[in-house]
Structure formats: structure tokens, C-alpha cells
Design a protein around this ligand. Structure first.
Ligand code: F0G
Length: 446
């Protein structure tokens, strides 16, 4: 059942094919270099790209811009307590700000950090503290066709193998990312969260949940975990998050805002440490690098994110795109995750070897064909790793309608029909840091 109607609209245009071809060439075959006006349907990310509700726009106007003691901060504290169950909150400018504040407080040189899968910025912040990030996904996580309900889960077997190898004293932090963005947005079961909490407790580590997409995760738990079949989304979210010692949150996802983030914890000593670090890097602890109005909008957004009607509308739209693509024969990662559909470019463009970047070739073809912007998550973004060649089509929240979804499907089908004639790509320039080359590197068709 549709849950929204539009109150403000933004005009969009599909540039001519000739213009798209020229724009792509000028962008060095890297869609991060495209101007947004050149893009018709923008599925680059679900982060900060969603539409706010009328209640959130109203909250913006009422935002309290006081440097200290802002009423908007009180609203955020109350929302985090009600929705996530944590009483101490340190606001930050976005998720990576929260990562800097929290991991800078918890980690030091030589530590090892375990995570179901580190998102890029998490990996970078762990490494920035001199610690080593180690991924512990379950085996099916990188299998685009395994039919399992919780492919985002954290593998305790892998985690114990690391602990046996390096010693528990070197592992002060264990993270669970819900949903697991770097494993196709797959959900994590509450049972797995309980097991990871017990594991962290046993090795005396702080258990952190990266809660960016906690509401989407709760929706999958309600649908797939028998114990929670009759439980409300907000109860599931509070229970799952409640096993953690601390949360890192990007409000740009399930906070339903365009900017913002925070750390939350019930540990008073850790809270004090985070506050001090936040003053250094983010701002005074009642605004944390955000405008007061953005804090107010995030407080409202968090409450909306766990409304059944919102979250059903959200994951059903993603599922619909996935089903339509599958029905049309486009190879995708299954089951679909919460925020995006991942195309299996390795299968769709099987004539291209990984060195010719099949994922990036598909990203370019989608743009050329229909002005659709996705993002490559394969051998271009992750050099020297053994990941499937995926293209992520991330869906901004409450933004696109069924006609947009249909256009994306028609575009993908047209790309698939001409797939054998799609050329591979080669790098012509890349920045010094290979981990982030996909944001700025330039390529050329072979
Ligand atoms: N953790 C996860 C799991 C994320 O997906 C992101 C961002 C962050 C942390 C960092 O949050 O962007 O607010 O600083 N993911 C975006 C994406 C960028 O496109 O997947 P941020």
C-alpha cells in the first residue's frame, strides 16, 4: 500500500543520447565525475539523498540554533532513547564523524577490529587509529545466488579463528553492521546479534553496532526470523540495538535526513571520552557539527523510520525493482537487500575479464542507455580482492515512483540485450590511494 503523496517536486530531465555520450567521455568514464544535471535517475547512493516528510520540514523551521543547550538536541536525545534505547548521544556531522569520535576513543596502535564487513569509511577509520580491520562475513555473503535469509550475518567461526590467532587482548572492539552494506545490503538476524554480543563479552571487547540501516534490518527480521513474526518493527529495532555497548549512526540513511549522524552509548565513561573527542573534531556536544535545525529533523526522522508503513513502503520498493529485473532476465544478487539492488555484472557481461572492469562497463552502459547512475562495487572499487563484480543501484528513500523504477528496468534490459557489444575499460589515471581510486580515477574504453 502506497504510503506517501508528493508536496514538493523537482524537475528532472533525460539529456539526449549524444549529450550523455559526451558527458560520459568528459567524466573519464567515471560517473562520480558527472554533474547531477546530466543524470536522469540517480541511484549512486541512498545516503543523504532521500525526501524529508512535512513533519521534518516543520522541525527544520523550529530548529534551535543555540550553540549550547539547544532544545533540538533534547529532541534528538529523546528520539534516540525512544527508538534505539540509548540514553547518551553525541551528535556528529555524519556517520564517518561518528566513526572518528568512537573509534578514536576506543582503539590504539596494533589493535585488531572484527566486523561482519567493514564499510569503506569504517575500514579507513579503524586503520587511521593504527588498528587492523578484519572482515568476518558468513560464507554465503559473496554468493549472488545463495538463497538464505540472513546473508549479512557475522561469522563467529571466522571471528574465533582470528582471536585464536592474535589473542583476545588485541581485539578491543567487535562491530556488527546492520544491514551489511558491503555484502549487498543483506540483513543480520537478532539471533546473530545476540551471539556476537556474547562473543564480545567473552573476549572482553566493546560491542558496537553500525546502525545506519537499522530500521530496514528490523523489517527483514520481522519477515524472516520466526521468533519475531508478530513483533512490531520498533520493538525489534530496540531489542537488536540493545545488545550493543555503543552505536555509530549515519542519519543520512535511516535517520531520513540529508546530513547528520551520532554516537550513542549507555557507558558513561565512553560517553565522556566521545564528548571530548567530538569537541575537537565535530563541535560542541549539543550540535556536533550539525545545524540545530538538522538535529531537529533527524530527531523526527528516527521516529518515522520505525513506522511500519514507512519501512514496508521502503523495502517493498527495493524488492519490486529486484523482482522486475529478475523477471526480465537481468542477473542480480538475490535475495535483494534493504537499500539497493545489486546487478551481477560478472554474469551479465561475461565476455569481459575482471581486468576490463565489467562492473564499471555496465555502470557506463546504464548511464549511456537511460541516464541511470549506479555505482560499481567490483574489481574497480576493490582492487586485488576476490569479490563478485556487482553494480549497486541504491534507492533514495521516499524519492522515486513506480515510473522511475520501470525506466530503470527498461534501461537494464536494453543494456543486457546489447551486452556483448559493450567494451571493457582501462585506467588512464588514478590517484595515489588505491582504496579510494573509484571516486576520481579516469578510464577509457578498450
Ligand atoms: N557505515 C555504513 C554501513 C555506511 O554505509 C556508511 C555510508 C557509513 C558508515 C558512513 O556514513 O556517509 O554518513 O559518513 N555509506 C554511504 C553509501 C556513503 O553510499 O553506502 P556517512
Amino acid at each position: 500500500m502506497v504510503a506517501y503523496k508528493s508536496k514538493v517536486v523537482e524537475r528532472i530531465h533525460l539529456p539526449s543520447r549524444a549529450r550523455r555520450e559526451r558527458a560520459l567521455e568528459e567524466a573519464g568514464y567515471n560517473v562520480f565525475n558527472l554533474a547531477s544535471e546530466e543524470v536522469f535517475i540517480d541511484l549512486l547512493t541512498d545516503s543523504g539523498t532521500g525526501a524529508m516528510s512535512d513533519a521534518q520540514w516543520a522541525a527544520l523551521v523550529r530548529g534551535d540554533e543555540s550553540y549550547a543547550g539547544s532544545r533540538s538536541f533534547d529532541e534528538l536525545e529523546a528520539a534516540v532513547e525512544a527508538v534505539m534505547g540509548f540514553s547518551n548521544v553525541v551528535p556528529t556531522h555524519q556517520g564517518r564523524g561518528a566513526e572518528n569520535v568512537l573509534y578514536g576513543s576506543l582503539l590504539s596502535d596494533g589493535d585488531v577490529v572484527l566486523n561482519n564487513t567493514h564499510f569503506d569509511t569504517t575500514r579507513a577509520h579503524v586503520a587511521n587509529q593504527g588498528a587492523e580491520p578484519v572482515d568476518c562475513p558468513v560464507e554465503s555473503a559473496h554468493d549472488p545466488t545463495a538463497d538464505e535469509p540472513f546473508k549479512g550475518n557475522f561469522s563467529l567461526e571466522s571471528a574465533w579463528a582470528v582471536v585464536d590467532d592474535v589473542g583476545a587482548e588485541r581485539v578491543p572492539v567487535v562491530i556488527q553492521t546492520v544491514t551489511n552494506n558491503s555484502a549487498a545490503g543483506q540483513p543480520v538476524s537478532v539471533e546473530n546479534t545476540r551471539d556476537v554480543a556474547a562473543f564480545a563479552d567473552e573476549i572482553d571487547a566493546t560491542f558496537v553496532i553500525d546502525a545506519c540501516r537499522f530500521a530496514e534490518n528490523a523489517a527483514f527480521v520481522a519477515r524472516r526470523e520466526a521468533e519475531f513474526a508478530d513483533t512490531e518493527i520498533d520493538h525489534i529495532a530496540r531489542e537488536q540495538l540493545g545488545y550493543a555497548d555503543a552505536l555509530v549512526m549515519s542519519g543520512k540513511k535511516d535517520g531520513l535526513v540529508n546530513a547528520g549522524g551520532f554516537v550513542a552509548t549507555d557507558d558513561d565513561a565512553l560517553f565522556e571520552q566521545c564528548k571530548q573527542r567530538a569537541i575537537l573534531y565535530e563541535g560542541f556536544p549539543t550540535y556536533g557539527g550539525m545545524a540545530g535545525r538538522d538535529v531537529a529533523a533527524m530527531a523526527a526522522g528516527l521516529r518515522e523510520a520505525v513506522e511500519e508503513a514507512y519501512v514496508t513502503d521502503r523495502i517493498e520498493q527495493v524488492r519490486r525493482l529486484a523482482t522486475m529485473l529478475e523477471d526480465a532476465g537481468v542477473p542480480i544478487y538475490t535475495p535483494a537487500g534493504g537499500h539497493a539492488v545489486y546487478l551481477d555484472a560478472g554474469t551479465a557481461l561475461s565476455h569481459l575479464p575482471p581486468e576490463a572492469f565489467p562492473g564499471q562497463a555496465m555502470v557506463c552502459a546504464l548511464y549511456q542507455e537511460g541516464g541511470v547512475r549506479g555505482v560499481e562495487l567490483g574489481s574497480f572499487a576493490f582492487p586485488d580482492t576476490d569479490r563478485p563484480e556487482l553494480v549497486r543501484l541504491a534507492i533514495p528513500r521516499r524519492t522515486y515512483h513506480t515510473e522511475h523504477v520501470e525506466h530503470v528496468v527498461e534501461t537494464a534490459v536494453a543494456v543486457l540485450e546489447e551486452s556483448e557489444s559493450i567494451p571493457g575499460l582501462e585506467l588512464v589515471s588514478e590517484p595515489e590511494m588505491p582504496e579510494i581510486r573509484h571516486f576520481t580515477a579516469e578510464l577509457e574504453p578498450l
